[in-house]
Design a protein around this ligand. Structure first.
Ligand SMILES: Cc1cc2nc3c(=O)[nH]c(=O)nc-3n(C[C@H](O)[C@H](O)[C@H](O)COP(=O)(O)OP(=O)(O)OC[C@H]3O[C@@H](n4cnc5c(N)ncnc54)[C@H](O)[C@@H]3O)c2cc1C
Length: 395
C-alpha cells in the first residue's frame, strides 16, 4: 500500500533520469553506513566506492563520447551526485572529477584532451585535485601567492595551497598560480594561470602533500610547492587567463554540488520521517507531535523549492544561457535546505542522533560543509547583492 511517506519520497526525487538514479542506487546499496563509518574512523579514502562508480562509467559522465566518456548533460551528472547523497553515501571523493573536468574540456588543447581524457574515462587516471585555496588569502583568490615562473620549456612553481582535497589519491591536479605579479597587471583578475599538473611526477620533486585532520572525512590536504618544475605543456589555454577559465566552470560546479545538498536533504527527511513514525513516546509516535512534524514539513517545503531552482539552473546551463544568478541561488538554497533538514533529523532522533550507528551525526557533519565550500554562503549573498540587485560591491 502506498503511504503518504512513500509518495513524499517519490515526489522528492521526481524521477528524471530514472535509469541513472536506479543504477547509482544499486551501487550505493553495496556501500552501507557501516562502510562510511569505518572510513570515517580511519580517515580513509573510499577506494572501493570510487572504483565501483568509475567502472560503471558515472565519473566519466561529462567527458564527451569521443574521448571515451558518457557525454551526458550537466543535470544527469548532478543526478548521479544527488543519488549518492540520498543513499547515505558521500560524493566528495568523486565529485571534483566532474567539475574540474570542465576547465580541461573547454580550455585544454587537443593534445591535452587526447592524452588525459580517455585515461580518466577508463579509470586509469584520476583528476580529483583542485588547488585554488591558499592559507593566507582565503576567498580573496586574486591575491593568491603561489607563483609559476617560466624557465625555458618549464614552469617553476613555489607556494602553498590548503584544503586541496583528495590530493593524496589523485594523479592529476588542476592548479591556479600567478604567472604575472599583481603589481604588473592592470586588473587583479589578470596574470593568473591554470596548469594540469601530473602529480605522479611531482610528489617528492618539489611537491609535498600533508593531510589535514578535519571534522569530516574529506581527505583534504595542504600542498607545498618548492621549486617544482613542470613542463610548459601543462599550461591550460593562454597564460594569464586562468582565473577566467576557473570562473567559467563555477556555474557548473555550483549546480553539481547543489545536487549533493538535495540528496542530503532527501536522506535526512526520509530517515527522520521513518524514525518519527516508529518511535513511540508517551504512547504515541513522536511524529504525531507538531513539534516534530512541522520542522520536517518545513524541511520538505524547503527541499522542494531548492530542487526547483536547481532544475531551473541546470536547464539554463544546458541551454547555454547565462545562469550565474540561478547557479548561485541553487547553491545557497540547497545548502540551506539540507542544513534545515539535518537539524530536523537530529532533533527528531533525540539522543539517538548522537549514536554513530544511526549515521545521522555523520551526515549532519558532512552536510554542513556545503555552507562553507566550495563557496561560502556570505560570498553568494554578496554576489546576489552586487550582480543581481545592483547594490554597491561590499568588499
Ligand atoms: C572540507 C573542505 C574541502 C575543501 N576542498 C577544497 C579544494 O579541493 N580545493 C580548494 O581550492 N579549496 C577547497 N576548500 C576551500 C574552500 O573553498 C574555502 O574554505 C572557502 O572558499 C572559504 O575560504 P576560507 O576558508 O579561506 O575562508 P575566508 O576567506 O577566510 O573567510 C572566512 C569567513 O569570512 C567570510 N568572508 C570573507 N570575506 C567576506 C566578505 N567580503 N563579505 C562577507 N563575508 C566574508 C567568509 O564567507 C567565511 O564565512 C575546501 C574547504 C573545506 C572546508
Amino acid at each position: 500500500m502506498s503511504t503518504l511517506h512513500d509518495s513524499a519520497d517519490a515526489a522528492m526525487d521526481r524521477e528524471d533520469h530514472p535509469e541513472i538514479r536506479e543504477g547509482v542506487r544499486r551501487i550505493c546499496a553495496d556501500f552501507p553506513g557501516s562502510y562510511w563509518r569505518d572510513l570515517d574512523a580511519r580517515d580513509a579514502y573510499p577506494s572501493d566506492f570510487v572504483e565501483a562508480m568509475t567502472r560503471a562509467g558515472y565519473l566519466a559522465a561529462l567527458i564527451p563520447e569521443a574521448y571515451g566518456g558518457a557525454g551526458l548533460p550537466l543535470r544527469a551528472a548532478g543526478v548521479v551526485l544527488e543519488e549518492i547523497h540520498a543513499s547515505g553515501c558521500n560524493a566528495s571523493a568523486t565529485h571534483a572529477q566532474m567539475y574540474t573536468m570542465g576547465t580541461v574540456l573547454r580550455h585544454g588543447s587537443v593534445q591535452q584532451k587526447e592524452r588525459y581524457l580517455p585515461e580518466i574515462a577508463a579509470g586509469r587516471l584520476r583528476l580529483q585535485a583542485f588547488g585554488v585555496s591558499e592559507p593566507s588569502t582565503g576567498t580573496d583568490t586574486t591575491r593568491l601567492k603561489t607563483r609559476a615562473v617560466r624557465d625555458g620549456d618549464h614552469y617553476v612553481i613555489d607556494g602553498q595551497k590548503i584544503w586541496t582535497s583528495r590530493a593524496l589519491y589523485s594523479d592529476l591536479m588542476l592548479l591556479l598560480a600567478r604567472t604575472t605579479p599583481l603589481e604588473q597587471v592592470q586588473r587583479r583578475t589578470e596574470g593568473l594561470s591554470v596548469f594540469l599538473v601530473d602529480m605522479r611526477e611531482a610528489v617528492g620533486h618539489g611537491m609535498t602533500i600533508r593531510p589535514i585532520a578535519t571534522m569530516i572525512n574529506h581527505n583534504t590536504t595542504e600542498v607545498f610547492f618548492d621549486g617544482l618544475r613542470i613542463p610548459a605543456s601543462s599550461l591550460i589555454g593562454e597564460e594569464g587567463r586562468g582565473l577566467r577559465y576557473i570562473m567559467d566552470g563555477m556555474n557548473s560546479e555550483r549546480i553539481l554540488v547543489s545536487h549533493e545538498s538535495l540528496g542530503d536533504a532527501r536522506w535526512f527527511i526520509r530517515t527522520a520521517v521513518d524514525y518519527a513514525r516508529q518511535r513511540v513516546v508517551f504512547n504515541r509516535p513522536i511524529g504525531q507531535n507538531q513539534g516534530i512534524q512541522f520542522p520536517l514539513a518545513r524541511a520538505y517545503a524547503q527541499h522542494q523549492a531548492a530542487d526547483l531552482m536547481v532544475r531551473h539552473a541546470a536547464a539554463m546551463f544546458e541551454a547555454g544561457l547565462p545562469c550565474g544568478e540561478q547557479a548561485n541561488l541553487s547553491k545557497l538554497l540547497s545548502a540551506e535546505a539540507a542544513w534545515e533538514a539535518a537539524e530536523a533529523c537530529v532533533q527528531t532522533h533525540g539522543g539517538f542522533a548522537y549514536a554513530r550507528e544511526y549515521d545521522v551525526e555523520r551526515k549532519w557533519r558532512e552536510a554542513r560543509v556545503q555552507r562553507t565550500a566550495p563557496i561560502s554562503t556570505n560570498l553568494i549573498l554578496a554576489y546576489i547583492g552586487e550582480h543581481v540587485l545592483g547594490l554597491p560591491r561590499s568588499y
